[in-house]
Design a protein around this ligand. Structure first.
Ligand code: 13P
Length: 343
């Protein structure tokens, strides 16, 4: 893929108020999600669930990309159609999680570094053959007493930059995901500081590694109060602080920013995105979504492992995706939630 082709894929993913469905839960993580609905996690049940998501009629109106796990990109739907072709048929770019998880960072109690660089060039080539056009790597930054350390932020920024350069060399658009976790009792000010430090380090590393900013997307957390903080910032404050933090740290050359939901409820994640896009004053990048839980939660619950519930689950995903698409242009209102209840 040429630099121009990478840029056009990156732009296409955030065009027309569309965003990304993150469905790249690792086998242990999807197992935990299935436990909440009492479904055994097997290769077949995982495939049935992911096929349910991706065959939702009309999903491509609102979703431009889907992030898959290694197992899923090799699977076919129960009807025998390769998952990659199901997505392509909906006009959705197939993407792939290429990191191998966040592991304990040596010498840094309570901190993590993401692994997966060994052999990555070869895996990228294989994923390209399988039909992927973009990739994702998630770094995790934890806020706590005296953490994050500079060492942790830099180790993760370095790995993200190496990953991104390898992706571009191999023809995949890298989604660069430094997630500052919302776990903890810290206030929004602290999240703002840590997110600013993290993004500044990440863009410095991307520059040092020669990554084309035009041919990538950023997937950050929002600037938000810690989940256990007594004073929870409201929607407008989260929106204003997040956009201000990004304006400080993210070059205008980046075509799009696709947020993770990180444990926010479905509705709150949509409200935050909407409020950012409704802010007066322009910003240089598209602001869209790359939600996992905030798109899937109700669909998963409605499905409950039964083929009889597929249509109801798909209705839930369809409407959630539609609301988040509306939020990409600041056009979401809470009245729209009524459509979901009616469905
Ligand atoms: P959540 O939106 O559930 O945080 O998942 C997005 C994701 O891909 C995390 O890496």
């Amino acid at each position: 893929m040429t630099v121009q082709q990478l840029e056009s894929v990156a732009q296409d993913i955030v065009a027309d108020a569309r965003g990304i469905l993150a469905a790249d839960e690792s086998t242990p993580t999807i197992g935990k999600r299935f436990e909440t609905i009492g479904v055994e996690s097997t290769e077949d049940s995982r495939c049935a669930y992911r096929a349910l998501l991706f065959t939702t009629a009309g999903l491509g109106e609102f979703v431009s990309g889907a992030i898959l796990y290694d197992e899923t990109i090799r699977q076919s739907s129960p009807e025998g159609i390769p998952i990659v072709e199901v997505l392509q048929g909906q006009g959705i770019h197939p993407g792939i999680k290429v990191d191998t998880g966040a592991k304990a960072l040596a010498g840094a109690a309570g901190e993590k570094v993401t692994e997966g660089l060994d052999g990555l060039r070869e895996r990228i080539a294989e994923y390209r053959e399988l039909g992927a056009t973009f990739a994702k790597w998630r770094a995790v930054i934890t806020i706590g007493d005296a953490i994050p350390s500079r060492y942790c932020i830099e180790a993760n920024a370095h790995a993200l930059a190496r990953y991104a350069r390898l992706c571009q060399e191999g023809g995949l658009v890298p989604i660069v995901e430094p997630e500052v976790l919302m776990d903890g009792a810290h206030d929004i000010e602290r999240c703002d500081e840590v997110t600013t430090d993290t993004l500044a380090a990440v863009f410095h590393a991307l520059h040092e590694h020669g990554v084309s900013l035009e041919g990538m997307l950023l997937k950050p957390n929002m600037v938000i109060s810690g989940a256990e903080c007594a004073a929870q910032a409201g929607i407008e404050e989260v929106a204003a602080r997040t956009v201000a933090c990004l304006a400080r740290t993210v070059p205008a050359a980046v075509p799009g920013i696709v947020f993770l939901s990180g444990g926010q409820s479905d509705e709150v994640a949509t409200q935050h995105l909407n409020a950012m896009n409704a802010l007066t004053g322009s910003h240089p990048w598209k602001l869209s979504f790359s939600y996992g839980r905030a798109l899937q939660a109700l669909a998963l619950k409605r499905w409950g492992g039964s083929a009889d519930n597929v249509a109801a689950a798909q209705q839930a995903l369809y409407h959630r995706a539609k609301f988040n698409s509306a939020a990409c242009s600041g056009g979401y209102t809470r009245d729209m939630e009524g459509e979901l209840e009616a469905a």
